[in-house]
Design a protein around this ligand. Structure first.
Ligand code: PLP
Length: 273
């Protein structure tokens, strides 16, 4: 496995960043995860734009898109696989201990891991912890993801693959690594970005391709929704068949099944939607 670290490819075994990198000491970094099929990244341009938006949100220098593209291409070429998770990590670099950032250059790492196609449906849980829609980090894809680690571990303990959060005012927000859609009275709805969720790229494409509407939704909509689905880079559109103790028999329901079909068709036709 070859990994890109600060300007070139190295063997995974010798890929190193400083132990004083601000990404390691305080989680001062941003990242993107892309789906790579047969060596080609999906929606790379959208992911690069979000990487820049996240970096700006943290006050990091803009990542050099040409360099990130070169790094992605090199990693994909060096590690052929049918389905991969292409991960770009960009951090504050070597810094003093503590929250102040140094003036060293940012760190750029691009790595690829093998992935498998997700099942068409999955179980989710809700968690009591909240997303803070007023956080300095709201909407940024940062490496400060330990809250997601905790919530996802809780999901796994309960036989689920995702945990869903409300925000601080009790509205449905998102999962640890996915956005959420519900069908209510025949309408396909998803929380707005103002709820504190990440502006998911799969979410944006699903909204565009299905005509789903954004709406503030109470968290307990999950107890009533006729259908629920998740969107994310590696899930695409994935039906939910259980939320906590509630079964949704027949998932994917008709609206979800149509969204899955439309997403698959549209994404197949266009690597840069
Ligand atoms: C917190 C969070 N929400 C939503 C998503 C879904 O975003 P995307 O569709 O761009 O993968 C992710 C990304 O994996 C995420 O980390």
């Amino acid at each position: 496995m070859q990994i890109w670290v600060n300007g070139g490819l190295v063997d995974a075994d010798s890929a190193r960043v400083s132990v004083l990198d601000h990404g390691i000491t305080v989680g001062d970094g941003v990242f993107e995860t892309m789906k790579a099929t047969d060596g080609q990244a999906f929606a790379l341009t959208r992911h690069l734009d979000r990487l820049t938006a996240s970096a700006r949100g943290l006050g990091l220098p803009d990542p050099d898109h040409d360099e990130v593209r070169r790094a992605c291409a090199a990693v994909l070429a060096a590690n052929p696989m049918p389905l991969g998770r292409l991960r770009v990590t960009y951090t504050g670099g070597l810094s003093p201990l503590g929250s102040d950032r140094g003036d060293a250059p940012a760190t750029l790492v691009v790595a690829l891991g093998e992935s498998t196609r997700r099942p068409d449906s999955t179980a989710v849980i809700t968690v009591p912890w909240t997303r803070n829609e007023r956080s300095a980090l709201a909407g940024l894809k940062t490496t400060s993801y330990a809250e997601n680690v905790v919530a996802l571990a809780r999901a796994r303990e309960n036989g689920a693959s995702e945990a869903l959060f409300a925000n601080t005012v009790g509205q449905l927000c998102e999962g640890t690594g996915s956005n959420v859609f519900v069908v209510l009275d025949g309408q396909l709805l998803t929380p707005p970005v103002a709820s504190g969720c990440l502006a998911g790229i799969t979410r944006a494409l699903a909204v565009e391709w299905t005509g789903a509407q954004e709406a503030d939704l109470p968290f307990d909509v999950l107890e009533r929704a006729d259908e629920i689905f998740l969107t994310s880079t590696l899930r695409d559109v994935q039906a939910v068949h259980r939320v906590d103790g509630r079964d949704l028999p027949g998932a994917p329901g008709p609206v979800t099944a149509k969204a899955m079909r439309v997403f698959e068709e549209r994404a197949q036709d266009n690597l840069e939607p």
